[in-house]
Design a protein around this ligand. Structure first.
Ligand code: ARG
Length: 293
């Protein structure tokens, strides 16, 4: 694990809006986090369901395991409670726990995957939620869990366009009785909301504007005038696919510009290399499902 600092980083183009200097940035307070993860014991790329995946490229399960462990250990070092679900042989993508469902207020909305290869993960995660005290809601409509659903300011920001169906957003409203803000994704490289947007704290987000259609971008600008706008270079290493507790963001170490933007806002950053898991089209956040009981 490498602790990022502002000083050693090469200068990248300035894309932060309303950036504060580190000196005037507010003090950030950590919220305790509980997350679910799945060891990549069966990780490989044997099919392609997103533009990052190429089954002809070699992958190493051992490297994936070591990189995943670094993420697990970073969370433990930050004081998170990390719970584990048993990996299932033959489910290459099960390591991307974010897609396993969406939890809030002790309820778990199960996932219904868009591609056949991942469909069996839905029931596997639902069984785990059931066994761990959640009120489980079986999904009627296609949705890929927290990969496309992020909690911000008490509302659920929900992606659609590639995986999660717009119909599932109504299910979300019904189950959780929260405001649901539908956001349309338009760039196939950023096919899940959590590849195009990061939650920084209760009310602060970072995102790649070009990943959204015009109406969604306008909605984001209206709701989050203070958001960090991340550039293509950082988004293209899945820099936005990051997770934090309101004080420290765990991010892809190659997302150096984003790290600098975060530091300017007073966030600590921990940079990790999850390049092997990027071969499956996922990063830090994809490997993380937040549990809200
Ligand atoms: N190979 C997986 C898929 O295409 C990657 C999932 C990444 N997960 C995420 N939350 N963005 O479904």
């Amino acid at each position: 694990m490498q602790q990022e600092t502002t000083t050693e980083r090469p200068t990248a183009p300035e894309t932060t809006t309303h950036a504060r200097t580190a000196a005037s940035a507010p003090e950030r307070i950590a919220q305790h986090k509980t997350v679910l993860m799945c060891r990549p014991e069966h990780f490989t790329v044997s099919y392609a369901i997103n533009p990052w995946m190429d089954p002809t490229k070699p992958t190493s399960t051992d490297v994936a395991l070591a990189q995943w462990q670094s993420l697990h250990d970073a969370y433990v070092a930050l004081g998170y409670d990390v719970e584990l679900i048993d990996p299932v042989a033959g489910l290459d993508d099960m390591v991307y726990a974010a897609n396993g469902g969406f939890t809030l207020d002790g309820k778990a909305y199960g996932a219904k995957f868009a591609f056949a290869e991942r469909v069996p993960e839905g029931p596997a995660y639902m069984a785990w939620f059931e066994a761990h005290g959640f009120e489980v809601h079986e999904p009627e409509h296609v949705n890929e869990g927290e990969g496309d659903m992020l909690l911000s300011s008490g509302a659920i920001l929900a992606g659609h366009g590639f995986r999660t169906s717009l119909e599932s957003h109504d299910e979300l409203r019904r189950i959780f009785d929260r405001e649901v803000v539908s956001l349309r994704l338009v760039d196939p490289r950023f096919y899940h909301l959590d590849t195009a947007m990061a939650i920084l704290d209760e009310s602060t987000i970072a995102y790649l504007p070009a990943a959204f259609d015009d109406a969604s971008r306008a909605e984001l600008e209206r709701r989050y005038p203070d958001a960090i706008l991340v550039d293509e270079a950082d988004a293209s290493v899945l820099g936005l696919n990051s997770f934090g507790d309101g004080r420290t963001m765990v991010i892809a170490e190659r997302a150096t510009g984003f790290a600098r933007q975060l530091a300017e806002r007073g966030f600590e950053t921990v940079g990790l290399d999850l390049s092997e898991l990027l071969l499956g089209g996922g990063g830090i956040k994809c490997c993380t499902l937040e549990l809200r009981r």
